[in-house]
Design a protein around this ligand. Structure first.
Ligand code: FAD
Ligand code: SF4
Length: 496
């Protein structure tokens, strides 16, 4: 028995899903958008970091790849997806990365087509450089360091309007200034007739004779969770549709396809998981920095992009900042006392490592390691972040490497502690930019999807999110995900 029927069901309301839903409703299609997470009002976003982790992140922020080291895989779970908790940094898909895809992955989508979408989204989401009055001390210091060293860097461009520089993007913007999907494409699509159903995780796509016929989902009753599984109770519903777009993100999309028994003769669904795991550096300055004041991320250094490394200033709440400081007990308290004079910068690494996502595994569906070849990039990241800090005037820095001195007073001293190789277990990487798992390729032995984003094996089944990327990009992915989603929507239209 069908609960309702429509032209297209979109599963997931993040960067990929929201744009597809918007473009399809714009062209008059009847679209239902299913979102596993809740719909939050702007005023519900709080300053309490742990509370926002619990409400806005997958698995309350504990989603991870177990191993040595265990790596947190952060993703949003709310209407708007990860765009609700991201820093709003916007980058076009680099043309050199697109060329790699064309040369190595049988990727056939023209850059001009992607760029048309990028240009539109840049306008729609008011993407612009941060104005100096909200840059904040943390970003200004990074700029100073980069200029002193002559390294290429720039003020970050973001999707926001009237940002107040409250440094809280990672907990949901309390002012509605960040133009995430929750306050932009989703409400705009609702005005065009989109039906949004929140608290409704899709279980599987329904397939008959090689063709999509609908989606089975669970409509949750938010209240008391099951005592053991911590799941909310709910009722099963079935929505009939002529096409389904899975946009549940890099971890959940392959799991949905696996649960739906989508044919996978070459075991590609969930393979080739790629990421930009990050490392960070804290430095203490004589002058006040107050990293929690100013736009969350305001300056980036792109000098090392060809080496697979991107540096960014990073503002976090005082509670979270404490986690990155060395020591424990009284010593930690002494460091924490000086927090107002500390800067925090991060390095995102374009790793070569390829992991996987598979349902039914022990502890977590995710497996992802950091081989020695990638550790060279992390070592470079730690070295150049340290050099940059000292160039900006840091008195001392805290490299955060297990088994090495917790405090370093010069770039030369940092070089000394980096002489011995660093292993993955010595650092604390966190993965926030995720790619692969349902890749596009004209070759069905290489990719899950054709170049029109439709499954090689099931008619009317499309995917549109970070999982379609043939590889990681080395830069912040949300704008490229949205742009590819715009292109995907045009292909969905062709099937009607
Ligand atoms: C802390 C953090 C900061 C970041 N900062 C930036 C930044 O500044 N700039 C940038 O470019 N990128 C940033 N990113 C990455 C960027 O936000 C993501 O790459 C992007 O949002 C991914 O888009 P997506 O459509 O693939 O998935 P998501 O945006 O994650 O959306 C997927 C949605 O699907 C939903 N879903 C999952 N399973 C189901 C199901 N079964 N049924 C229904 N719904 C489901 C999820 O709840 C989620 O809402 C950041 C990421 C993190 C974690
Ligand atoms: S810095 Fe503050 S006001 Fe600006 S977008 Fe982020 S959360 Fe919103």
């Amino acid at each position: 028995m069908w609960y309702k029927s429509c032209d297209v069901v979109v599963i997931g309301s993040g960067a990929g899903g929201a744009v597809v839903a918007h473009r399809l409703t714009e062209q008059g299609f009847k679209v239902v958008l299913l979102e596993a997470g809740r719909q939050f009002k702007t005023e519900e976003h709080t300053t309490a970091f742990w509370s926002s982790m619990k409400h806005l992140f997958w698995e309350n922020g504990f989603q991870h790849a177990p191993g040595k080291p265990t790596i947190p895989f952060l993703q949003g779970r709310a209407v708007g997806g990860t765009t609700v908790i991201n820093s709003a940094i916007c980058w076009d898909l680099p043309q050199d990365v697109h060329q790699e895809w064309v040369n190595e992955h049988a990727f056939e989508i023209d850059y001009a087509e992607i760029d048309r979408e990028q240009q539109r989204i840049r306008k729609d989401l008011n993407i612009h450089e941060i104005p100096p009055e909200i840059a904040g001390g943390n970003s200004n210091l990074m700029k100073r360091g980069a200029e002193k060293l002559g390294w290429s860097g720039r003020v970050i461009a973001r999707n926001e309007k009237d940002c107040r520089g409250s440094g809280r993007c990672l907990m949901g913007c309390p002012h509605g200034a960040k133009l995430g999907m929750d306050v932009s494409y989703i409400p705009w699509a609702q005005q065009q007739g989109l039906e949004l159903i929140a608290d409704c995780p899709a279980e599987r796509v329904l397939i008959k004779k090689g063709r999509v016929v609908g989606v089975e989902a669970k409509l949750l009753t938010i209240g008391k969770r099951h005592w053991l599984t911590r799941e909310f109770p709910g009722k099963k519903i079935r929505i009939q549709a002529k096409a389904v777009v899975v946009a549940a993100g890099v971890i959940q999309s392959p799991l949905i396809l696996q649960r739906s028994a989508v044919p996978d003769p070459w075991h590609l669904i969930g393979s080739h998981l790629m990421a930009h795991p990050g490392t960070s550096m804290v430095g203490c300055f004589d002058e006040p920095v107050n990293i929690w004041k100013g736009a969350t991320q305001g300056y980036e250094v792109n000098e090392f992009r060809s080496k697979g490394l991107k540096l960014e200033s990073l503002g976090v709440s005082p509670a979270l900042f404490g986690v990155r400081l060395p020591g424990a007990g009284k010593r930690l308290a002494e460091y924490y006392e000086k927090r107002g004079h500390m800067a925090l910068w991060a390095g995102a690494v374009r790793t070569e490592s390829k992991g996987s996502v598979k349902g039914g595994r022990f502890l977590s569906p995710i497996r992802f390691g950091i081989p020695d070849a990638d550790m060279k990039k992390f070592r470079l990241g730690i070295r150049v972040l340290g050099e940059l800090m000292f160039a900006a005037g840091a008195r001392e820095i805290y490299p955060g490497i297990v088994g090495r001195p917790e405090k370093v007073s010069s770039a030369e001293e940092l070089m000394l502690i980096l002489e011995k190789p660093i292993q993955a277990t010595h650092i604390h990487p966190v993965a926030t930019h995720l790619f692969g798992t349902c890749r596009v390729s004209a070759d069905p032995q290489v990719g899950v999807l054709k170049n029109n984003f439709e499954s090689h094996h099931v008619k009317g089944l499309f995917v549109s999110d970070g999982s379609v990327f043939p590889s990681n990009t080395g830069v912040n992915p949300q704008l490229a995900i949205m742009a590819l989603a715009g292109v995907a929507a045009q292909n969905v239209v062709q099937t009607f």
